[in-house]
Design a binder for this molecule. Sequence first.
Ligand code: SF4
Ligand code: SF4
Ligand code: FES
Length: 270
Amino acid sequence: MVQLTLPANSKVRKDGRTYSTKSGDGAKMRRFRLYRYDPDSGENPREDAYNVDVSGVSMVLDALIKIKAEADPTVTFRRSCREGVCGSCAMNINGSNTLACTKGMDELGDGDVTIYPLPHQPVVKDLVTDLTKFYEQHAAIEPFLHSSVADDETEIHQTKEDREKLDGLYECILCACCSTSCPSYWWNGDKGDPKEEYLGPAALLQAYRWISDSRDEKRSARLDALDDPFKLYRCHTIMNCAQVCPKGLNPAKAIAEIRKLMVNRPRASD
Ligand code: SF4
Ligand code: SF4
Ligand code: FES
């Protein structure tokens, strides 16, 4: 069996501190284990434990807010809408990427709740990852309409059927749960040379969203830009992406549809 040796400073220490929130009559205690890391400290990451009174707490994000308010104000995480719309509270909860604000406490099963940042991304602090690369990859697919209609007044019409082709694509909130759960993206997503990088399921789902838009005039150029062994063809249909998407989308299917278009499209040499 292959033995992997992680760099010493990446190992997560399990001897972190323990904190507790306020508790009173009727308290229902639950233990959370949170990944704590401050790259500027020079220390290894560690797990801290938090005993939390979860009576009246319905979502995991509410528990994190309670931890920060009552036990440890230094715990760092991102959130904004609390409605599953902005994508900022994406993190790894009990081993699976998801949104903390839509993950119900009643979905967690028994035992400790472990919360880690999205995998394989640089950590800014604790549960906050640096998604710069992820956003650059999204920008690379040109996520906007290419149209020769130059003025802002003219409406570009679409049939009802054409509009429906965008269902299952436009709903993406760019939370990065899918890409950061994809083993191919882990190994091929950030090689330092954009020509040798897999764009990952989120960017490719978005690419397909614009390829499928009947109003867009650059479909062929969009396909040309993806016709590359790394950008598109590193998907091995492992399906982690579809399993974790909190919006119920299927990036693997979008990737397969792009591949079909690649095979069927006319070539200059045909
Ligand atoms: S496809 Fe789903 S998991 Fe991926 S970025 Fe969009 S909403 Fe998030
Ligand atoms: S199906 Fe493709 S994109 Fe989705 S997780 Fe697997 S390899 Fe990644
Ligand atoms: S806080 Fe916006 S998606 Fe969770």
